[in-house]
Design a protein around this ligand. Structure first.
Ligand code: B12
Length: 213
């Protein structure tokens, strides 16, 4: 119930209340991932209000400021139960898209699972992904994107990786707000994940040679 309150407080951009509720949930022993999901629901509502012209870009920015404060509280406790012995992952938000809040959660969870993560940041062009794959010899690539136009960038990136002769060397997952199985298929990725735990699970399974997530 109070997770619903947390989601509403974030949707209403009530920073103090959000931070108080996050502390209270942690003190009560709530799973940090459940707290993250509640905040994500609040962010989705912010997006819906933006789409309905009730909120403006400044409100989107405010929501991200609040979420980043929440992230500072959750980061030390948002650890992955899954552990790997090693393995390199390259990750970035694709060209034209600068959303990074969800990607950063994925990065932190992968690191806490003991992956060696190369985070290329946001608005990453295909050639930068290719250079990083060559440099790190990573066998897993994570492409993040929240904008509809990011789907084109994901497809272009995967195509460029194939043209560079690297497609058979790397397993590619996509994720971020609107990404689903259909998007995954259309852009030519190997799989997709709905949250950071799914990303870790997929990367671990791929590393261990099991394609089922
Ligand atoms: C905050 C926000 C912003 C902030 C971003 C700040 C930042 N540093 O990221 C700012 C203000 C910069 C912004 C800008 C814009 N935004 Co914006 N934004 C949002 C908002 C409200 C929240 C996004 C968010 O952080 N969610 C919370 C995180 C935790 O969720 P998540 O990213 O989905 O991540 C989780 C999972 O998806 C998964 N995951 C994430 N990445 C990956 C990767 C892999 C590989 C895997 C497996 C999993 C995975 O794990 C995460 C944790 O579990 C969304 C609304 C929404 N519905 O999401 C709109 C939204 C994405 N934005 C939108 C728009 C339109 C814009 C702008 C064009 C607005 C404008 N007119 O300028 C610009 C675009 C800028 C650009 N070129 O990218 C639209 C996109 C619509 C569309 N169909 O394309 C949305 C959907 C709002 C809406 N409903 O209209 N935005």
């Amino acid at each position: 119930m109070s997770l619903d309150r947390l989601a509403s407080a974030l949707a209403d951009l009530e920073e103090d209340e959000v931070l108080e509720l996050v502390h209270a949930e942690l003190a009560a022993g709530t799973d940090p991932m459940a707290i993250t999901r509640a905040c994500q629901a609040g962010m989705t509502e912010v997006g819906d209000r933006f789409e309905a012209n009730e909120y403006f870009v400044s409100d989107l920015m405010m929501s991200s400021v609040i979420f980043k404060e929440v992230g500072k509280i959750l980061e030390p406790v948002l650890t992955s139960e899954t552990q790997v012995k090693g393995g390199s992952v390259v990750i970035g938000t694709v060209k034209g898209d600068i959303h990074d809040i969800g990607k950063d959660i994925v990065v932190n969870m992968l690191k806490s699972a003991n992956f060696d993560v190369t985070d290329l940041g946001v608005d990453v062009a295909p050639d930068r992904f290719i250079a990083a794959l060559r440099e790190t010899n990573a066998s897993v690539l994570c492409l993040a994107g929240l904008l509809t136009l990011a789907f084109d960038s994901m497809a272009e990136t995967i195509e460029a990786i194939a043209e560079a002769g690297l497609r058979d060397e790397v397993r590619i997952m996509v994720g971020g707000g609107p990404v689903d199985g259909r998007v995954c298929e259309v852009v030519g990725a190997d799989d997709w994940g709905a949250d950071a735990q799914a990303a870790v699970r997929l990367a671990k399974n791929w590393l261990e040679g099991d394609s089922a997530a």
